[in-house]
Design a protein around this ligand. Structure first.
Ligand code: SF4
Ligand code: SF4
Ligand code: SF4
Length: 439
């Protein structure tokens, strides 16, 4: 552990930092957060978003964008509220689309995270998602979709994270696992088809709540963050020479639903809590500003070894169709025994609606796939499966329109979120990986 700490000594700004008290409220990047880091509670009983009736103008936008119908009128004046936390998938689309900033987050680990960063006996580990690095720059005046992965790693070190690991590492693992599972289902029929993706916690809660009979169609793979949490406290702890019990793992996500996922009771495969805290892109941006870090002047830095490396398949997880595209690359090569001439399978990329494709695979036949952006579209595909009429082998579902780049925890830019971020981001992802050589 000493070696690990020596690499990243406590950041100087922490000495004078006033830590927000539990229960206090802090506005970060335009959204109000309650400092509330729940422990040992069933997250299905918690409201992660709620409406401030002093600010609500009863316009109904939140209800319109809510994919489950759980955001409803709760007063005669038309004020909205989350009527049942069990049916809320915590996607935050209500918050992202409220034109009056009337919806706030009820769970924030930022106060607790500061306590851990200040504690010299705790090894704080960062695990940022692919989509964070395409949105964080916006909070510092950079154009929408600018890739700032290297500056993000540098900022995490300057914030005092002792180990800068990266969830893109396990996005690659997810592809290997999910693609292999699909091959098993296709070749051996040991589990039913179609196989649904399982990396989006909003979708998983939706399926568990509204389509529990389709459970066997969900991929058995954990999401990337649910894989890197336990890997950090087992393999990673061993590689870094750090006792797992001293680690505090921080999931950094574009997503409010990932707070729910990190708190799920079964997330303890390492023998400890696999994910100790989850923060959003907005909260990370606020922490960087509060530390006085000049983000745009930071050098580009690599993540720490052991759980840091990744490929282009990992980063496209952040857009609708990305998981499908990466899994198809694997399935194509495994089923055909050949190599794809062009790894870009653009036909599955989508930012709205349902996109379907038939991919011819030599020595196999045709792989039929569907990509659903948004839960209303996912529901249509679920109804087909339930009726035994689904023609697909593999279905990707992302709760947020266009995928995680438009997640409920991303910087708010009303009027732009729905599609411009997606389009500019997919272009930049491709440019980034055209330039980059992967060892
Ligand atoms: S979108 Fe905002 S202002 Fe409009 S009803 Fe919902 S909470 Fe109220
Ligand atoms: S978080 Fe999502 S599911 Fe929950 S009320 Fe808001 S829009 Fe609806
Ligand atoms: S699409 Fe991404 S950001 Fe949206 S709920 Fe799913 S994982 Fe979270």
């Amino acid at each position: 552990m000493a070696g690990c700490k020596a690499q990243h000594p406590p950041a100087a700004y922490l000495a004078g930092l006033e830590v927000p008290a539990a229960g206090s409220e802090v506005t970060m990047e335009g959204v109000r957060y309650k400092m509330n880091a729940p422990k040992d509670v069933d997250p299905a009983t918690i409201r992660f978003v709620e409406v401030d009736h002093d600010k609500c103008m009863a316009c109904g936008e939140c209800e319109y964008h809510c994919p489950t119908g759980v955001m409803q009128e709760v007063t005669e004046d038309g004020y909205r509220g989350v009527v049942d936390p069990v049916a809320c998938v915590n996607c935050g689309q209500c918050l992202a689309n409220c034109p009056f900033g009337a919806i706030h987050e009820e769970v924030s680990f930022v106060g607790e995270l500061y306590e851990k960063l200040k504690d010299p006996d705790t090894v704080v580990v960062s695990m940022p998602a692919p989509a964070v690095r395409y949105a964080l720059g916006e909070c510092f005046g950079l154009p929408t979709g600018t890739y700032v992965g290297g500056q993000m790693h540098a900022a995490l070190r300057r914030l005092g994270f002792n180990l800068v690991w990266d969830t893109e590492w396990t996005a690659d693992v997810t592809i290997m696992e999910e693609g292999t599972e699909l091959l098993e289902r296709v070749k051996h029929g040991n589990m039913p088809l179609p196989q649904f993706t399982s990396c989006c916690p909003g979708w998983i809660k939706f399926a568990e709540t509204f389509y529990p009979d389709l459970e066997k169609h969900l991929s058995t793979c954990k999401s990337p963050i649910a894989m890197i949490g336990p890997l950090a406290k087992t393999y990673g702890a061993q590689e870094a020479g750090v006792p797992a019990k001293k680690m505090y793992t921080v999931s950094i996500m574009p997503c409010i639903a990932k707070k729910f996922e990190g708190m799920r009771p079964e997330m303890n495969a390492s023998g400890y809590r696999d994910i100790d805290a989850t923060i959003t892109t907005r909260e990370l941006a606020w922490m960087i500003k509060k530390a006085g870090i000049d983000f745009t002047s930071l050098p580009s830095e690599e993540p720490d070894p052991a759980l840091g490396m990744s490929t282009g398949a990992a980063t496209i997880f952040c857009t609708s169709g990305g998981v499908m595209e990466a899994a198809l690359r694997l399935a194509y090569e495994a089923l055909s025994g050949g190599t794809l001439a062009d790894p870009d399978i653009k036909v599955v990329r989508t930012h709205e609606g349902i996109n379907t494709a038939e991919v011819p695979v030599p020595n196999f036949g045709t792989v039929k796939v569907a990509v659903a952006s948004g839960l209303d579209n996912a529901a249509k595909l679920c109804e087909e499966v339930r009726a035994g009429k689904s023609p697909y082998h593999f279905i990707e579902v992302m709760t947020c329109p266009g995928g995680c780049v438009n997640g409920g925890g991303q910087p708010l830019e009303p009027g732009m979120l729905q599609s411009s971020l997606f389009k500019s981001t997919i272009t930049k992802i491709n440019r980034r990986f055209t330039r980059r050589s992967v060892a």
